[in-house]
Design a protein around this ligand. Sequence first.
Ligand code: SF4
Length: 239
Amino acid sequence: MSLSRSGRTPRTGSRVVRASSCTTAAWYWVCSTAINFGAQRAAAAWRHLEDCDLCARYCRVNRHETFAGAVCGTGERAVVASYGPHQGEGNCLSGWAGSGTIFFSWCNLRCLFCQNWDISQKGLGREVEPAELAAMMLALQAQGYHNITLVSPSHVVAQVVAAVEIVARGGLRLPLVYNTGGYDSPEALARLDGIIDIYVPDMKYGTPRSHANSPRCATMSRPIAWRWGRCIARWGTSC
Ligand code: SF4
């Protein structure tokens, strides 16, 4: 059993724990259990890096040792291009105060038409440890944005879960938005269950012909999208 971030009714699989709300022995026991549960989830997600199946590329690379052979070009640490306010995700996410957005570098899709090519395929950005990623989330919350939006997070699911395990104890109250290119693996989505509040998957390719440089992406992305029965399907740029 775990506590929600608001400290209200426990929700199975929730990431949310506020240690400061543990005022009685019973609550302390519940919170400790939830914290341990969060740590176990982070450790379980981290283990996927040993034989990476965290997106539908299934490279099976040991990312603790190398990023050679990883289509996403990312090893053990996530690379962040930037973080800050974003007003371009549609009104339902940006609202009036904006979305607190973290843009991850590299990408598992490698689209020929990518508008952020220097970020997604040249890896422009800086490596961060999970603790620094957690600090970015808390900094965005402190600036008053409506949510934390993770942009292109498919290849850094383990690092995101590790950061969330830290911020859950640090008092993160905002919803987490998973803004993905849509080429995620069921294994990764299982690790995110109960952690992500809003899914925003792009449907990049409808047929193999529409993605000539990697037909497998097109073949796989449609059934993956269907699998996300409770996700928000986004077509184009508006939500
Ligand atoms: S996240 Fe995807 S692209 Fe990156 S190493 Fe793992 S399976 Fe390959």
